[in-house]
Design a binder for this molecule. Sequence first.
Ligand code: NAD
Length: 356
Amino acid sequence: MSARLLILPGDGIGPEIVAEARKVLDALAADGGIDFELETALVGGAAIDVEGVPLPPSTLEAARAADAILLGAVGGPRWEHLDIAIRPEKGLLGLRRELGLFANLRPALLYPQLAAASSLKAEVVAGLDILIVRELTGGIYFGQPRGIRTNDRGEREGFNTLVYSESEIERIARAAFDIAMKRDHRLCSVDKANVLEATELWREVVNRVAADYPDVVVSHMYVDNAAMQLVRAPKQFDVIVTTNMFGDILSDQAAMLTGSIGMLPSASLDAGAKGLYEPIHGSAPDIAGQGVANPLATILSVAMMLRYTLGRPELAARVEEAVSRVLDQGLRTADITAGAAAVGTAAMGDAVVAAL
Ligand code: NAD
């Protein structure tokens, strides 16, 4: 049976990088590795321009019908004047919410060829391979009540609510344990259980789920210490599981250890195998339309799609090895050259296809 893939190029460099990922998908299809039907739809600013909303009903319908979604990026200065409720980013948040994509997987993998691009010493990051599992549909970003109000002293105050139910914690914990079982069997749960009751419960539930995974070594760390350990000795981590906000911050920090935002893919998964796959970076309006963006994070998002939704880990490994080979060949886009001559977006995509 062929897989149904929805492609959402989005804004800025989105269409450029997604075009290269598509070449990789086409190459995999052409040599008989995989069979899929592709559909393309509008999201973000591109959807606002045509339909007036960042997530048109037709796009949501196509996303519901798809087995997996590949997204470029959304957003840009053109839409920044709009009300926050209809900005491009709302398209992405809406997709995550409507599809129940609660588990955000963000690898921080350092390609040895790029060790010099890291802001940390090469020996601290060489061989780094962390996977951060961030809860994506709950916590303080979604908790009610929220808002800005005037208190009884007549002063304005902003407020948000950090709330996690046991079932929300349990499902993200299970997702993280399942992934740890496929990796190095080490899981670190990051919380602030000494201060926040919501994460006291988080810790309790993680420990309860841990009983079902005796082969995984579990540890707990407060988020402030985790931030410190990530730059002090990042290789101590295998899988990290954490709340929405802590994961938001720590995954960006971990990404930077690897040197380039243009190299890192991500997956957002539902309770089944459905997933939305996208590079971690944004729409890079400063370089959009110039053909210089790095397409590798998007191509590596295809590898994650093959592994987590399409059940083809051997093809995922083929794509990852092809990326490694082009780096071995010395090919670099401008974000990872460190000053040397750079190739453009399409040349990088073509090189990956050739290496496949
Ligand atoms: P950004 O990630 O778009 O860009 C940050 C810097 O990294 C820029 O200098 C950019 O040129 C560079 N960069 C990013 N991706 C690159 C690539 N593939 N190759 C080479 N260089 C790359 O972040 P930003 O500038 O803060 O945000 C720009 C827009 O993107 C905003 O509208 C923001 O809301 C949106 N955004 C979207 C997503 C998403 O779609 N998931 C994520 C983050 C930001």
